[in-house]
Design a protein around this ligand. Structure first.
Ligand code: R5P
Length: 298
């Protein structure tokens, strides 16, 4: 079995390869002068089982196209099977018509990826767990919660609650809270526009408590930074956040983080960043992916 990935997260790919003792396929990715994606496999893969690891993060469409073309060349190289692992599935937030006259893009992209000739698809912390059903072939959505739970346990915090920053995050937050044996509080969030939201209400008590927010995605940061401010206005002590996918689109994301009332932001490396900030820590999901590979794919 061999492992291959696009140009966007070679470090994560190598970490997984080392942990699962897999060889990384020698491949060259590039662009033709007009922007078309170029791929060249540099070794024979005849009869191999191959795992592709590729997030469809920024640049979303280029990364998606790399997967599509990679699968084509792997078939031409006559591999035996292809398993596709998508740590961060771009388009996942467009899983319903919002606004009404818009495509259900998550379904469209899931259908495309289901029909290019891969045998199985694995995702991590999809925006909605039900989105695994949008794929036309078997898709397993695995959780990265264990790396966050481990990190929270190591902090040996006293007097803390887990916070769901909106109702959509409640189930995920509950799983973490049950594992840690603490309470969950929920914020009522209202989305005003893409990338803009406000907190309306808090269900639960945070007075004199440390708050740990759990969510799947941080993008503009609005959800989490507003939540931190709101929680502190209700008497919370320190507020930190554990988020699986650091989309972090704004150019001034780190500046916004540093100005925010958040004590610490912890994200995974499902999306590669070169950010530096005393308020930011990045935890690796390589172990989670490698355990999954060892248990189900090897
Ligand atoms: C929304 O339902 C998601 O779970 C995240 O809360 C959201 O995508 C975060 O986006 P932003 O950082 O732009 O508020």
């Amino acid at each position: 079995m061999k492992i291959i990935g696009g140009g966007n997260n070679q470090k994560l790919l190598q970490e997984i390869a080392d942990l699962s003792d897999l060889e990384v396929v020698d491949v060259e990715f590039g662009k033709f002068p007009d922007g078309e994606t170029r791929i060249e496999i540099k070794e024979s893969l005849l009869g191999q089982d191959v795992i592709i690891v590729q997030s469809t993060c920024h640049p979303v469409n280029d990364n998606l196209m790399e997967i599509i073309l990679l699968v084509d060349v792997l078939h031409r190289e006559m591999v035996d099977s292809i398993s596709l692992i998508i740590p961060y599935f771009g388009y996942s937030r467009q899983d319903r018509q919002m606004p009404q006259a818009s495509p259900v893009s998550a379904k469209v992209v899931a259908s495309i990826l289901s029909n290019i000739g891969v045998d199985k698809i694995t995702t991590i912390d999809l925006h909605s767990e039900y989105s695994a059903n949008l794929f036309d072939i078997f898709c397993l959505n695995i959780s990265s919660a264990s790396i966050f739970i481990q990190d929270i346990k190591e902090k040996k915090l006293q007097n803390f609650v887990i916070v769901a920053p909106d109702f959509g995050a409640l189930k995920r937050a509950r799983i973490v809270a049950d594992e840690l044996g603490c309470e969950v509080v929920v914020l009522e969030k209202k989305r005003i526009a893409a990338g803009k939201s406000t907190v309306l209400n808090l269900i639960g008590d945070v007075k004199d408590k440390n708050c740990i927010i759990i969510d799947d995605i941080i993008d503009s940061g609005g959800t989490i930074f507003n939540a931190a401010e709101f929680l502190q206005s209700k008497g919370a002590l320190e507020v930190s956040a554990y988020i699986t996918h650091g989309v972090c689109s704004p150019k001034n994301f780190i500046e916004k983080l540093e100005k925010s009332q958040l004590k610490e932001l912890i994200i995974s490396n499902s999306i590669k960043h070169n950010f530096q900030s005393v308020k930011l820590r990045i935890l690796s999901i390589a172990g989670t992916i490698s355990n999954y590979i060892d248990s189900y794919l090897l």
